[in-house]
Design a protein around this ligand. Sequence first.
Ligand code: DC
Length: 231
Amino acid sequence: MPSQNNTLVPVITVDGPSGVGKGLVTRWLSQRLGGWHRLDSGALYRILALAAERAGVPDADGPAVAALVPGLAIEFTGDTEHDEAIRVNGENWVDTVRAETSGALASRIAALPEVRAALLQLQKDFRRAPGLIADGRDMGTVVFPDAPLKIFMDASPDERAARRYKQLSDKGIPATLDGLCVEIRARDARDRNRPIAPLKPAERAEVVDTTGLSPAEVIGKVETLLRRYGF
Ligand code: DC
């Protein structure tokens, strides 16, 4: 249950395009800060897109997709290292939620104003003591504009596609590098150019360009930011 005045709880936002390494950074931040909660807002858009598909609701019908939100009981039961489970109405949806195809579906419904409005309070309710690390596209610009530290991660599309290719190959999931490049560029274009809550750095966001950096180098940059902001 969210507290009545959860705006006193600190939030660090981590926004950026798909495949940029937000998962790595948010997991690390949560551990480094002694178990702050995490909000993977992309998973909420993915779950809603999958729920709409299951219910046969067209992905361009904003009011009908948004109307599904109150019927979804969503529970993240992952520890800080893994996604153990994403339960939706008691069923584990983690594999379908993480599939590449769900990302594309999510990006489509995410452009609908009714959908963004329906998910807004749900996201704010994740703000619980001792603190929240929230990742997505509009965490710093729309959902938690008062966050004391806003990080915006970026990297070239080719590098993000290569990283995603490696992640998928390591898990034995079939994919092609060319296919991933096309998919990432299409998703970037949709997320950056939509009229509502487009992907862009918040005012006073700290931009971390991870192109050419190893995971350890990315974490090093974030650690420097944490110190600078007094965390
Ligand atoms: O972070 P992700 O790949 O799981 O997100 C899937 C899609 O959901 C992404 O392409 C756009 C949308 N999304 C959004 O519009 N706003 C967010 N805060 C998070 C995700």
